[in-house]
Design a protein around this ligand. Structure first.
Ligand code: SAH
Ligand code: SF4
Length: 358
């Protein structure tokens, strides 16, 4: 694997950029189309692009970084969820690992991508947060996670009744997407491009712990669906659970969310991981109901996923349902999220590379 610059990662090249590159190498236009058709289907290894002449395959292999991620390991959950471990190959970060998850349902297939190795932030209930920050992923490395999963699903589809292609993408894997604006914005462009993966912005969700200026920029430049890791609606408690709150308080977050552009029929999701005795008390419910903008937001209650050494206990199912009912009775739209892939540590907050994968 060669280490060409980030901008020459095949998964991240726009049709225009790739067309120019092919032109510089005196390749006909229709060949560029053929390569991108393969790529968009998930095939990025030139040797698998069967309709290309040998010389062109060689040119692609030597001139571009076609596969910025190497699949290292795959685990399959009993519910169909697949967790993938990838190794980066770019100079300086070679050997570092990230994870992505595919979550199949009857009508949709969702990929959960990582945006950083580790995370710049350190929410105390999050496995990734305990790892510290190691690197931002490039757009190519973010898109490559999706392409590699598409490839895997083509070679080994899921059993009948479960979707075997990628219809939705959520930025909820390792890392804080909005602390890697360049990689994330660029990757969003490629996911939505007509000659890229051509996913509608309604099918893409960025989850953030609440970086206010970055949320504003996302809304102005790439207004995809937004999920906010709220986890507390009382400042003192949120300062502890989501430490970025010390920088951007709930009041600032409120103003910013109210200004986020939403298409018709869409809402912002407020994620709320339920920690027994910590944020599931009656006063927490009161505060949360007081924070939510009922017309534009809904609350998604998440079961806490424990990991070795985690300092919290999750609220039990019965109390989660009661909490949800309490919100609903106050006119707040609230749902309890079903956890997927828990048996393979693929659930929210359980992702952490290198050494932790059983
Ligand atoms: N950094 C971003 C996106 C990645 S985390 C963010 O924080 O939004 C994806 C979601 O998983 C977030 O809502 C996060 O708060 C939640 N999460 C983290 N650790 C968890 C855990 N142990 N159990 C359940 N959810 C967790
Ligand atoms: Fe980072 Fe999100 Fe985990 Fe917080 S919850 S440490 S922002 S990945």
């Amino acid at each position: 694997m060669n280490n060409t610059s980030d901008s020459l990662q095949l998964p991240a090249m726009s049709a225009e950029k790739f067309g120019d590159w092919m032109l510089q190498h005196t390749q006909p236009k229709f060949r560029a189309r053929q390569v991108l058709d393969w790529r968009n289907k998930g095939v990025t290894n030139p040797d698998e692009m069967r309709n290309l002449p040998k010389a062109l395959r060689e040119l692609l292999r030597t001139g571009l970084q076609c596969e910025p991620l190497q699949p290292v390991h795959r685990q399959c959950s009993t519910d169909g969820t697949r967790k993938y471990l990838f190794e980066l190959s770019r100079e300086k970060v070679a050997g570092k690992q990230v994870e992505a998850v595919f979550i199949p349902e009857a009508e949709r297939g969702t990929v959960c991508v990582s945006s950083q190795v580790g995370c710049v932030l350190d929410c105390p209930f999050c496995f990734t947060g305990t790892q510290g920050f190691e690197a931002n992923l490039t757009a190519g490395e973010i898109v490559a996670q999706i392409l590699a999963i598409k490839h895997d699903l083509r070679s080994e589809p899921l059993p009948r009744g479960l979707h075997s292609d990628v219809t939705h993408v959520v930025y909820m894997g390792m890392g804080e997407p909005l602390a890697n604006e360049q990689g994330v914005h660029e990757s969003l462009g490629l996911l939505m491009a007509e000659d890229g993966l051509h996913l509608s912005r309604r099918r893409i969700t960025v989850s953030t712990s609440g970086l206010v200026p970055q949320i504003r920029r996302l809304g102005a430049e790439q207004p995809v669906n937004l999920a906010i890791s709220l986890h507390a609606a009382i400042d003192a408690l949120r300062d502890e659970l989501v430490p970025i709150n010390r920088k951007y308080s709930l009041a600032e977050l409120r103003t910013c969310l109210d200004a986020y552009p939403l298409p018709a029929q869409r809402h912002i999701t407020l994620e709320y991981v339920m920690l027994a005795g910590v944020n599931d008390r009656p006063e927490d419910l009161e505060a949360l109901a007081g924070f939510v903008n009922r017309a534009r937001e809904r609350v998604n209650l998440i079961q806490f996923n424990p990991y070795p050494g985690s300092p919290y206990t999750g609220t039990d199912r019965e109390n989660m349902n009661k909490f949800a009912q309490g919100l609903i009775s106050k006119g707040v739209r609230a749902t309890v999220r079903r956890s997927r892939g828990q048996d393979i540590m693929a659930a929210c907050g359980q992702l952490k590379a290198a050494g932790s994968t059983p």
